[in-house]
Design a binder for this molecule. Sequence first.
Ligand code: 8X3
Length: 254
Amino acid sequence: MLKNKIVFITGASAGIGEACAYAFAKEGANLILTARRLDRLQEIKEEIEDKFSVNVLAEKLDISNRDEVISVIKNLGEQWMNIDILVNNAGLGRGLNKLHEDDPNGWDEMIDTNVKGLLIVTKEVVKTMVRRKRGHVINIGSIAGHQAYPGGSVYCATKFAVRAISDSLRIEMLEHNIKVSSIDPGMVETEFSEVRFYGDKEKAKNVYKGLKPLSAEDIAETVIFCATRPKHVNINEIIIMPSVQATAMVAHRE
Ligand code: 8X3
């Protein structure tokens, strides 16, 4: 079902994005992998092309740079322009501080990437899907788009925004035969916490202490599930949590 499809993935150099790249390649899809770290993307490209007989295009892209997004998508060329599936995965958290003690620079990073970046990538890719009257947008949201928690005002706000964007877009796309899904995980062990705590590995490790979090592969599997439903079926939204986590703030640790 995914064989020879073209899948565009943001934030593909690590974590959920990278796991999605391997999962789609395993199904025979061709991949446009984008991220800021081109060296990491090149390694992933080589390994995937080695292992699976699919084509991979690696593009350096910072989705918070609007001009860069427009230019990369505009210049994809004949072979790559007919994108079937967009996985909006790139995103980050910065800090877990009370609003009145927080660094506004982190707010800019989160809003510029998680919201404005996702918007411009979606606009540019969806334009091409609307022309072809086919496509599927899969957004990686978060439990933080359903529940606010202390220290999460801006991160949660960005993920509430992603949820609103998915819901609006789904309505707009009905007449264009384009599906919109959102996958909203709880704790997934990736570089997420390390980035959130500005490289503090100890703090990051503590987030997952005493419990088994989701893996990036668990989420990639869910993305593939959404992408392989029959034409008349759409998964609007999936909230996926580790079995030992009930809400954004409540988890059982051994
Ligand atoms: C990340 C999950 O619970 O740290 O999106 O907000 S959480």
